[in-house]
Ligand binder design. Structure first.
Ligand SMILES: Nc1ncnc2c1ncn2[C@@H]1O[C@H](COP(=O)(O)OP(=O)(O)O)[C@@H](O)[C@H]1O
Ligand SMILES: [Mg+2]
Length: 225
């Protein structure tokens, strides 16, 4: 079964003085229980594609579907809240919230009472290997690798089954980068998440189940090894 897909998606950035065709007729499918890598040069359209899948902006043409059902403008907010979580290169934690509050945040959006959200957030922080870290710390007190783990714990706190990660190891050294990638692989294997990672790192791509390559806004699937 196909979890999330793009069907003939094109996207044009339109400003007053110029148009940039960032995606051209992109069609792709992402299933649960699989790890995907999207590779391609800077400016080729990778982030734009993730944004479309994440419901951050609507395609100029074509559509994004979840379980075969198109995401319309009216469901886009619900899509962002319920179906997908985004992990960024720069972590994007809430700087003024402590670690526990960062992870509890998606649960608040879902109306989970604090009494349940708190222990669940602690569990998730333990699960990403942060059991030793004081949950009352602010994100800025952590290393990059630790911050990215918090970001993953926060992603897991939502109901979303699709994790979209835009160069999640781009700001990490190779050892911490590998820990993050191992963690994402474990979520695919053990919990059947659908993980889609944009990366420049050929090692990460080599470990993926399926690799897509973006070139000038067009996406092709690489032959599997
Ligand atoms: N907000 C924007 N306004 C105009 N053009 C943009 C904007 N964001 C990205 N672009 C352009 O769209 C193309 C694809 O960008 P992007 O999706 O960020 O590529 P990648 O993530 O592969 O580096 C590039 O030509 C880029 O300059
Ligand atoms: Mg990018």
């Amino acid at each position: 079964m196909s979890q999330i897909s793009a069907q003939n998606v094109s996207f044009v950035y339109q400003s007053k003085y110029q148009q940039v065709q960032a995606l051209t007729d992109v069609t792709c499918d992402f299933e649960e229980g699989k790890f995907y890598a999207i590779v391609g040069q800077s400016g080729s359209g990778k982030t734009t594609l993730l944004s479309m899948l994440a419901g951050l902006g609507a395609p100029t043409q074509g559509e994004v579907l979840v379980d075969g059902v198109p995401v319309t403008a009216a469901d886009s907010e619900k899509h962002r809240r319920d179906n997908v979580s985004v992990i960024y290169q720069s972590f994007n934690l809430f700087p003024a919230l402590n670690l526990l509050e960062n992870v509890m945040y998606p649960m608040f959006l879902h109306g989970v009472p604090e009494k349940e959200a708190k222990p669940r957030a602690k569990e998730l922080l333990d699960a990403v290997g942060l059991s030793e870290v004081d949950v009352r710390k602010l994100p800025s007190m952590l290393s990059g690798g630790q911050q990215q783990r918090v970001a993953i714990a926060r992603a897991l706190a939502s109901e979303a089954r699709v994790l979209l990660a835009d160069e999640p190891t781009g700001n990490l050294d190779s050892e911490n980068g590998q820990l993050i990638i191992d963690l994402l692989h474990r979520l695919v294997r053990e919990k059947q998440y659908c993980v889609i990672v944009v990366t420049h790192d050929l090692n990460i791509a080599a470990g993926a189940d399926i690799v897509y390559r973006m070139r000038d806004g067009r996406l092709t699937r690489e032959a599997s090894a």
